[in-house]
Design a protein around this ligand. Structure first.
Ligand code: VGL
Ligand code: ZN
Length: 193
């Protein structure tokens, strides 16, 4: 971790964990390594962000309204809560995304912080040049957020032991990681950074 590093924890919410509305296989396995990562960043004085999928009850993102997914992470429901084992530092900044009923908004860069700021503007203000990313799901929101981060000119590392994927088609997550690497994303485990 360099002095201009920041951590983005993507969508570690009940609905994306086993038993949830859109449970990712092994989704809860990312909680423990992400807790370690969050503690290390925060103790080093580095910013920690946590995005959450935060949909209205009616959105084109959901199957019944033309989208790809069963209802999940509806604002204010228990499924939208962060996993109870996730220990976010007191100063972690929450990014809500998927609020627009006309958009999927997989990327945390399409979300807003509590004060309405975008992630990109907040990262610029804080001087973050290297974004480390973990969370759910590898083949959707992690992929999309990592690719947007590269497009925003950031150095990007995806923490491979801190991600899990939907794999609607088997192999989707592995392909997503390959695509990210081709775009310039680095891969590392949390203990190696
Ligand atoms: C996600 C599918 C639908 C994600 C969000 O967080 O990766 N995947 N909505
Ligand atoms: Zn969603």
């Amino acid at each position: 971790m360099e002095r201009d590093s920041g951590l983005l924890i993507v969508d570690v919410q009940n609905d994306f964990c086993p038993g949830g509305a859109l449970g990712v296989p092994g989704g809860d396995r990312v909680v423990e390594p992400l807790n370690r990562a969050a503690e290390r960043f925060w103790e080093a004085g580095l910013p920690v962000f946590a995005s959450r999928d935060w949909h209205p009850a009616v959105t084109r993102h959901f199957r019944e309204h033309g989208g790809a997914w069963p209802p999940h992470c509806v604002q204010g429901t228990p499924g939208a809560d962060f996993h109870p084992g996730l220990r976010l530092p007191a100063g972690a900044m929450v990014i809500s995304k998927g609020i627009d009923p006309d958009l999927d908004s997989y990327s945390a860069f399409e979300g807003v912080l509590e004060d309405g700021a975008t992630l990109a503007s907040c990262l610029a203000t804080l001087g973050v040049g290297h974004l480390y990313i973990g969370g759910l799901a590898t083949d959707y929101c992690v992929r999309s957020s990592a690719l947007d981060a590269v497009r925003a000119g950031l150095r990007v590392t995806v923490l491979t032991d801190c991600v899990a994927g939907v794999d609607l088609k088997p192999g989707d997550s592995a392909l997503a990681l390959e695509e990210m690497v081709r775009a310039g994303v680095r891969l590392a485990t949390v203990d190696a950074i």
